[in-house]
Design a protein around this ligand. Sequence first.
Ligand SMILES: Cc1cc2nc3c(=O)[nH]c(=O)nc-3n(C[C@H](O)[C@H](O)[C@H](O)COP(=O)(O)O)c2cc1C
Length: 350
Amino acid sequence: MSLTDLGAGVVKLLPPEAAHTATIKALKLGLGVPLNAPPANPVLEVVLPKSGLKLPSPVGLAAGFDKNCDVPNAMAKFGFGFVECGTVTPKPQPGNPKPRLFRLSEDKAVINRMGFNNFGLDYFVRRLKMYQGAVPVGANVGANKESTDRIADYVTGLEAVAPHADYVTINISSPNTPGLRGLQDRASLEALLTACGAADRAGKPVFLKVAPDLDDQAIADIVGVVRGPGAWLSGLIVSNTTLARPDSLRSADKGKMGGLSGAPLFGPSTEVLAAFARALKGEFDLIGAGGIASAADAYAKIRAGANAVQLYSAMVYEGPGLAEAINRGLPALLKADGFKTLADAVGADL
Ligand SMILES: Cc1cc2nc3c(=O)[nH]c(=O)nc-3n(C[C@H](O)[C@H](O)[C@H](O)COP(=O)(O)O)c2cc1C
């Protein structure tokens, strides 16, 4: 057992949030971080059609792991094709009382109700300016819990991070800030996307991150707004965590309040992704997230319409080597189905 494995073993014995904090501290010091990113495989390279984002691999790190943009340089070396930091809010805020992060080990899942704990925009932008990694870095912005004008918070965040990020994500789908998901409703979304569309985005691609808990009408409403006042957007990230609790859950903590992610989210989030892909017909880039734990999972999202994918929860169980394991597995899956490039497989199941 290497020292890194030993460290990872000790970290797993800690309560989940303490383990996460220890991991970020270790990564910040460079502990266990590969010296260089693994060599890129040209088969996996993808250019997202609308945003023009060029990714060495379609497998990205989802938001929430590195909320304060402390370790994007380190994460880029683990083989992720892009790294999304945040969610950052304009002002620092502590988030919800602890405990607020739960491992559902038997279900390969996580429940969190962090509530946008973060150091605020000033700290985030200072860190973001220091990024030197070889892969695109995204900045995910949100609104403060106590804000009296949430739309203004998004505009403030967007304008502050855009000059220094490769792309920006507008996150209106966290279930842990009361009322935030209401911004997905038609009239609110129109107002939000009109305001953000008029903001100074420094020419950077912007994505909208949505929840998996959307019925057909809610999906149709979002599609309508995205095609209208949101036509300037590059695409959607589908999806955030779910408030649903599938009957299959077995872990003791399954009843905890918060957003569920990991394996049980794979099916529902892939269905919502496919619904958006069918409706949007390639007019917008789609990034699929939710329960990806293997190359087969990533490939299924791509076949369901994702131009690229993101993961977080499976890394809690598999470690940061998961990105590179997926990179190694994807080419054989493409080849077996006769696809020459990754782009050829996008939406093959629709
Ligand atoms: C502990 C935790 C914190 C998260 N924080 C954020 C966040 O701050 N912003 C955000 O957009 N998504 C956040 N997410 C959601 C993830 O980015 C992702 O959309 C979701 O977990 C589904 O992917 P997964 O099943 O691979 O984890 C968080 C997820 C977890 C598990």
